[in-house]
Write a protein that binds this ligand. Sequence first.
Ligand SMILES: [Zn+2]
Length: 455
Amino acid sequence: MKKVFACLILITSFQVFGQTDSILVRKIFNEALSNGKSYENLEYLCKKIGGRLSGSPQSLAAVEYTKKLMESLKLDTVYLQPVMVPQWIRGKKEIARVLKSRKHGALNLRICALGNTIGTGEPGITAEVIEVKSIAELAQLGKEKINGKIVFFNRPLDPTKINTFQAYSGAVDQRSSGPSEAAKYGAIAVIVRSMTTRLDIYPHTGGARYLANVPKIPAVAVATIDAEMLSGLLKTEPDLKIFLKTSSEMLQDVLSYNVIGEIRGTEKPDEIIVVGGHLDSWDQGEGAHDDGAGCVQSIEVLRIIKSLGIKPKRTIRAVMFMNEENGLRGGTKYAEIAQNKKEVHIAGIESDAGGFSPRGFGIDGSDEKIAKITSWKSLLAPYGVYDIARGGGGADIGPLKSQGTTLIGLLPDSQRYFDYHHTSIDTFEQVNKRELELGGAAMTALAILISEKGL
Ligand SMILES: [Zn+2]
């Protein structure tokens, strides 16, 4: 009886866990870790091309490079999808100087212009500074206290959040909406504490969005160490003045591209699984973690499938989206074309949270789909990919949601991501080869499981 029972358990466990599935997942990870190409591809993208702001020559070089790379994999299709993108330029090195502090004299602050913002003009601006911790505080102070001043948003990321993306979400309104919200009360410029979990000397840029019908004012990010110092100074010298000079500007939209490559499914080619990242990055660093990593991992998914000789039942498509950082035009255009062509995207898997050790996947979809994907947890857990649950998705695949696509975001360990995010130190050297490869392997395994079992 005991033997029969043990036998039954064995049979069911094979059915539940699928021995062939676990062998396939093992092969995928072995291939990624033994013959992986994502690291050297990332090196090229970072070192030979560099920062890839939408509309820049570098962004077009990256389009050309990733297209060639996918063509070399002998995929079924590789093509460019044209999309008009905004072209914002930073201009000259920005200057922020505390003028004549009684304690310290003149002091330079480490700043950089926020994406999409206007410049101060050649003479620069000089004004008193008023510190706030939130957008809500602007209303309490009112026009009387804010008019004609520079608003300094200085709410730190909440250090108690274990997932640092939650800390980021809880603070980023100061950067994205702060400039226009402050302008409503007559502010003439905005300085925002950088969106990072640590105290550092690097200004972290990022997109700001101007509201229509509100005056556009210049806005910059300040390094967190300098933000602390400025805050301290303001406590004893609330009347101190800052000189600010930036020369950023928004030019005309220009033509760019999403880069697409796919392996057609053998049984259900019309059911598409997208894996992707965004090819554009900010201009200050090399866009290594954000999001060169996601791009080379997505290409790696197709390389692994080809080199293992897997013939997926459903179509697996890698997309390098353009313009996630300051417009999301690539993601929006991709979904629009999918809709027009009546393509069916059963799942989108995005990697846009850094090239760190993968811990899991966040899923945005129906209970039934989430249950199906989480039932594969035991296949991925041996590789450290155990956190598979509701949540996540990705900015670029987001517009597919209205078409019923299940959105999935790769969840790497998040503790160090905001050390580098949108800075001059988001460089190739900050990415670990094995961690990058594990992420690509996890994406491959999940894409193949969806392809073979459906969703
Ligand atoms: Zn990103």
